[in-house]
Design a protein around this ligand. Structure first.
Ligand SMILES: *Cc1c(COP(=O)(O)O)cnc(C)c1O
Length: 396
């Protein structure tokens, strides 16, 4: 033992103290111990397209990407990202100065916050939020200011007055996520227009996490924030191959933004991973050029899965907020006579052999999130049918 470890000072620093352990580890351990179906963590149980896996094998064999790739990412991938943004959204980005490849969206979020924030800057973020946002804002010395999405007509919606009221003279940026994890909300053109007008009026930067851009259902449409007036020059848009192509282990993500923003993000990124995922970058370049039938097929597959799980959850007695996007569904457990999502999720493996995540972990206002529980539906249909059957026990 050194003097340092025996002193009264805790080892984990003050910035990270509140993020000690994640509920995902606890719930995944519970799933393993009880043989439960794990609908907690959001990873697909089927790998992405065979030809894209083969593209990665080819890159490895041909010696492409086995050594440090270029800092901004391999040119093939940066070009493919720019072409994707142009083709789908009419957004034009220069692959050399306006695209940066990252180690997944996770590093993009971290590098953007570390590169753009000064200590004390406020970040307005939608609550509930993806778990890395709070930790990365803290690591950057920023202050998070949550704006809570609340149930309204069957979906979690943004209160535009609350959003406006959250912005102060210390606000540096807005951190947006659409389609939204964990609620499945896809922000409407009206909501996004209000966000854009606010950003322009108060001269704010915007980071928008659009990793579920291809997973929107029914009549929902994904509108990139950068397409709205005044936004292209102030917006860092984040995408990822993990969710779009079902290769979450490859950790290939990217940002598109104006040159000054890319430079700021790259300044932080170069000291995090510097580079990552060399051969996979070439494979993802090919994936982004897949025909439209891949994207529509993937969406249809996820939609079918959503419908199996949401029907099962409704049958079991949950209030279901039918997601318009992502591969998560948020439920309200109060019709089951429950009100504490943490207690409910800790007991669920024993009661029904299914693991879920209490949404409260995604809130600063834990009370607001208490009755909500999230299930992932990026699993094979028979797995979801079995889960639905097991959850049926709760109704009886
Ligand atoms: C999964 C996820 C990420 C992380 O993406 P990676 O590319 O795996 O790092 C970021 N944001 C949201 C909202 C996610 O759900």
């Amino acid at each position: 033992m050194t003097g340092m470890t025996s002193s009264a000072r805790p080892l984990l620093n003050r910035r990270l103290a509140e993020f000690g352990t994640t509920v995902f580890a606890e719930m995944s351990a519970l799933a393993a111990a009880t043989g439960s179906i794990n609908l907690g963590q959001g990873f697909p149980d089927t790998d992405g397209p065979e030809e894209i896996r083969e593209a990665a094998v080819r890159a490895l064999r041909d010696g492409r990407g086995n050594q440090y790739p270029p800092g901004p990412g391999v040119p093939e991938l940066r070009t493919a990202v720019a072409a994707h943004q142009q083709r789908r959204y009419g957004l034009s980005y220069d692959p050399d100065t306006e695209v940066l490849v990252t180690a997944g969206a996770t590093e993009a979020i971290a590098a953007a916050l570390l590169g753009l924030l000064e200590p004390g800057d406020e970040v307005v973020a939608l609550e509930p939020y993806y778990d890395s946002y709070a930790a990365c804002i803290a690591m950057a010395g920023g202050r998070r200011v949550p704006v809570t999405l609340r149930p309204h007509d069957g979906a979690f919606r943004l209160d535009l007055d609350e959003l406006r009221a959250a912005v102060t003279d210390r606000t540096r940026l807005l951190l947006i996520n659409t389609p939204h994890n964990p609620t499945g909300t896809v922000l409407t053109r009206e909501e996004l227009t209000a966000v854009a007008e606010l950003a322009v009026e108060r001269d704010l930067l915007v980071i928008t996490d659009e990793v579920y851009e291809h997973l929107v259902y029914d009549d929902a449409v994904h509108i990139p924030l950068a397409t709205l007036p005044g936004m292209r020059e102030r917006t860092v848009t984040i995408g990822s191959a993990g969710k779009t192509f079902s290769f979450t282990g490859w950790k290939v993500g990217w940002i598109t933004a104006a040159p000054g923003l890319v430079t700021a993000v790259r300044s932080a990124k170069q000291f995090l991973t510097y580079v990552a995922s060399g051969p996979f970058q070439y494979a993802v370049a090919e994936a982004l050029a897949l025909p439209e039938s891949f994207f529509t097929g993937f969406r249809a597959e996820m939609l079918a899965r959503r419908d199996v799980l949401t029907a099962g959850l409704a049958q079991a007695g949950f209030t279901v907020f039918r997601p318009a996007g992502t591969y998560f569904v948020t439920t309200d457990i109060r019709p089951l006579g429950e009100s504490d999502g943490f207690a409910f999720c800790r007991a669920l493996p024993e009661r029904a052999g299914v693991v879920a995540i209490p949404n409260a972990v995604f809130y600063d206002h834990r009370d607001e999130g208490a009755p909500f529980v999230r299930f992932a539906f990026c699993k094979q249909i028979p797995v979801l049918q079995e889960a639905a059957e097991r959850l049926g026990k709760l109704a009886g």
